[in-house]
Design a protein around this ligand. Sequence first.
Ligand code: UD2
Length: 343
Amino acid sequence: MKLLQNANIFLLTLAGFSTTGLIYLGFTSTSFRYKEQRICLNIPKEHQGISQMQSPQGLSYNQPRVLGPDGKGILLTPWLAPVVWEGTFDPTLIDAIYKQQNITIATTVFALGKYTQFLKDFLESAEQNYFVGFRVHYYVFTDQPDQVPEVKMGEEHQLTVMTVPSSNRWQDISLSRMARLEKLIESRLLNKADYVFSLDVDSKFYGRWGVETLGRLVGVVNPWHYDRSREQFTYERRPESQAFIPSTEGDYYYGGGVIGGLVEDVYKLVKTCREKLDIDASKSIEAAWQEESHLNKYFLYNKPSKLLSLEYLWDDRKPKLEYMKLIRFSQILKNYNEIRPNP
Ligand code: UD2
């Protein structure tokens, strides 16, 4: 009876919403998988924020940290998003849960110019560690398709090469990822993949990266900024830029090398960032750290639902912290002067 009453209240609530628009809960006819997150809300903009973890601009609160005063990793952000560290999840259990969901994880990686040299190690190490046993579709964006190495793919893993024009500026390559990801999602991923990750190619996997990283909107802490105060973050500081963040605001400095989440949520992120990049470009402004600056602004006001700890984006130049039990994904050593098309 109670259940019926609750169901009635729920239906009434839906009816209330439906006067302003359309709601559907996503059952797919083929699998009948219920996807809680795939709730399509064609309702006024002011209601949409409720489900999006949006926070207002100009709010004053203490800066969250990655490590507590005792040097141990923080397990929850102040907006209650989990921070994934070794020991916070049981791989056997979490794999078994997600196995039943028949998911596809799309993964984009860009390798233009001399960065094609990083593809082999990236892909080979991914095949040892990245969503092993789950369906993965890599999309490799490159200006030299013949340089994409043959790497033996694991079961249910496949790779598609996307040919794109070359660029003379590394900044343009990095910047263009938002627009290219937006187009890819529109043309190939919506309703076909469940999750998508965008990863830097000049990196290598050293440990498991699995379903524990899945969430609605997923960010990673940049290893060079985890112990800095918010005013020291290299956010864009010019108010003329759409990526501007004042020195009194900021949670973490997120790395542009890892963006992930549900396809629909990542789509919203990349579309927003691309639009803001276009506005900046029309005023001849390039944010301090290109798309990473815009990403940081987006994450500040649209909080990630899950945070990947330093284990998921480290740098080979940095010794491992005492608290870290392992490094899973790390930027490899490179000489920027040799590999980038411009200084
Ligand atoms: C940081 C971010 C990066 C991006 C950049 C700002 C991390 C680990 N890295 O890295 O994601 O936000 O700041 O623009 O958070 N690329 C090519 N060919 C090139 C140059 C770049 O394919 O000639 C691609 C490649 O996928 C590379 C990515 O663009 O991984 C980012 O470039 P980067 O690694 O040189 O940028 P970096 O180290 O400044």
